[in-house]
Design a protein around this ligand. Sequence first.
Ligand SMILES: Nc1ncnc2c1ncn2[C@@H]1O[C@H](COP(=O)(O)OP(=O)(O)OP(=O)(O)O)[C@@H](O)[C@H]1O
Ligand SMILES: [K+]
Ligand SMILES: [Mg+2]
Length: 676
Amino acid sequence: MNTNRRKLLSGDIVANAVKDSFVKLNPVTMMKNPVMFVVEVGTLIVLLMTILPGYFGTEDSIGFNLTVFVILLFTVLFANFAEALAEGRGKAQADSLKRSKQEITAIKVVNGGLKEVPSTELRKGDIVVVAQGEMIPGDGEVIEGLASVDESAITGESAPVIKEAGGDFSSVTGGTRVVSDKIKVRITSDPGESFIDRMIALVEGAKRQKTPNEIALNTLLSSLTLIFLIVVVTLAPIAKFLEIELQIPVLISLLVCLIPTTIGGLLSAIGIAGMDRVTQFNVLAMSGKAVEAAGDINTMILDKTGTITFGNRMASEFIPVGSDNARILGEWAAISSMKDETPEGRSVLELMKKQGLTYNEGLAAGGEFIEFKAETRMSGIDLTDGRKVRKGAVDAVKKWVEASGGAVPRDLDVKSNAIASEGGTPLAVAVDNQIFGLIYLKDTVKPGMKERFEQLRRMGIKTIMCTGDNPLTAATIAREAGVDDFIAESKPEDKIAVIRREQAEGKLVAMTGDGTNDAPALAQADVGLAMNSGTIAAKEAANMVDLDSDPSKIIEVVAIGKQLLMTRGALTTFSIANDVAKYFAIIPAMFTLAIPQMEALNLMRLGSPMSAILSALIFNAIIIPLLIPLAMRGVAYKPMSSTKLLQRNILIYGLGGIVVPFVGIKLIDLIVHVWI
Ligand SMILES: Nc1ncnc2c1ncn2[C@@H]1O[C@H](COP(=O)(O)OP(=O)(O)OP(=O)(O)O)[C@@H](O)[C@H]1O
Ligand SMILES: [K+]
Ligand SMILES: [Mg+2]
């Protein structure tokens, strides 16, 4: 996908969009857009009056009618072109994904033996073996082994990632390639339902459904259209009664100028382009609704480690407590970490090496490894001689030691608080009922976080940092990063509680996560962004997946969502304001055609009634392609509160929407008037 990311518009996409503009003329598809459908019907009526003038008694105005027909046809084509262009990039991406999704031969485990089968025959629950150099035949979970996998087909990231059985890095995606070693994979999706299939459907827009916001706006636009339709239709008998002759093409021109064709023509392009901007950013949104929800977010829940900080929490120092020394402390710290595969655990062994410390590996032989869990906040090993070794969050280790009758060294709190108040994470190391000291885990706040949170605050978004770390470390990092609020010593279930609490206050909540224990919270949040490196459960619960697995991207996703909503609002304002201005051009012209004295109403001093009508109509048509770049790129966006934004936009797009057509129509009239 990355290869396509920078290529905004290619010649192919434009050529295809031109072709699609005609295909989309099909009235059945057109009917989904009532505003433009009305224009299309008007176009057909004017066409009939042009080619069958004898039948309609319109011989005198064939030239005028033909011109109106051509302008109306282009109005519809321009709107179709906008939509086709917005769809084009997604289609191009889908094509390149489809190419990467060739049929693969899978090595399936059948009755203990191995059998070659086409990947299309794999079903949920099947077990396959994938060796070095082979393509993984379907989405699944590694159940045996460890391998490095090249996921560039999906993420565009060429560095291979490690996939291994158990834990948070066990999910693999069909279509990616094993570059070293061999793994056994349990398939987790049926044909046609894989991640790549879902990605293709998404970027292709095949499953694009209108969002609630779009439906509401569409209803408003349709109602406006209906009202103007009634007004224009009733105008005919009134005019007749007043003995004013109003020709049907003129009435149709009036109608097309009055109904909100600008936004009607650009609405779906704005939505598709918004989704597309998210995709270009390597985030897959499962629905347009999710992207729009991102634009309305009030509260953002963020992890500390890896989101706000770099997350490579490294052991940097052994700090003994009581009467112990760093050598003994280091030894127990190392033994507790021998099988701890977390970055924290590995860093303890690295620190040992760096400090030239040694330990008796044999001590751990045959021991039972205790894996780190967010619930216990400890990890370690139970030795065969009965001794239990633990390292973990200070309060957790304190409780564990006290439970077996041990005492807490007096200098423990002072020393751990010193680490915490520097923003570091202290891990206490204990054997049975004795605490030996602390491991100082260092982590740094990512640069620029303060500015980003400041921006979020200006948008009126509250940020809450959730961390399993102790309150002092949490407070230090929270202050340094500038988040509004934090929750320390939080367990996975605390996240869902925070989300529910905020939602009960009527707020929309966004969060990121990657673990299986994040899945319920990801599902509960209005915007849940899962990391592609995360578990299948997390990815299925979330409504967005970040292919680059960068949790801080949620901030940009919110900005894109806001921009989408703003673009739609701005162009709606512009479109409706525009129509007001066209009123002043076309109504006086229409009546002047019948009653020359009405010329006094010609405030814009347009050349002739005919040229006034045509100029308004031409302006109405060309404003659509002129605004396509804005619809696709989105309006410029500055973080500020919604009320301020609204005021600013009404000023720019409302006032601008009234002024621009006056100038535009006048200029077009100067040309058209000479011409006819
Ligand atoms: N490998 C480990 N062994 C023992 N204890 C650990 C280990 N990793 C972390 N801890 C302790 O457990 C606590 C909770 O860890 P957890 O991963 O749940 O949250 P966190 O990483 O601190 O915060 P966040 O939610 O921001 O990722 C940590 O603050 C630390 O004190
Ligand atoms: K219009
Ligand atoms: Mg963590």
